[in-house]
Design a protein around this ligand. Structure first.
Ligand code: ZN
Length: 91
């Protein structure tokens, strides 16, 4: 029996120009609306995105962990660690 490859799950991926706006979510919605208004022949056109937790101080992936005793704290940056300690969480 010979293996044959068939195509499925057809989709077109549209990548917004991230330099158009700093509000990338709004830029994606406007692009979606433009496609819906001016393009025919599609079943759906929706905005999907992933989320990630980042530190509001340094912009790096969120990192704030303590060991079991709570006396060893690992943080993405000094500012985040200072806020953690100031909130009394580090006591
Ligand atoms: Zn940070």
């Amino acid at each position: 029996m010979a293996k044959a490859r068939v195509l499925g799950n057809y989709r077109i991926v549209v990548t917004p120009n991230i330099f158009i706006s700093i509000d990338i979510a709004r830029a994606c919605e406007r692009l979606r609306d433009a496609i819906r208004a001016h393009v025919v022949g599609f079943a759906s056109c929706e905005v999907h995105f992933d989320t990630a937790d980042v530190c509001s101080f340094c912009g790096k992936p969120w990192l704030l962990t303590t060991n079991v005793d709570g006396d060893d704290v690992e943080s993405c940056c000094e500012e985040n660690l200072k806020e953690f300690m100031a909130d009394g969480e580090g006591d």
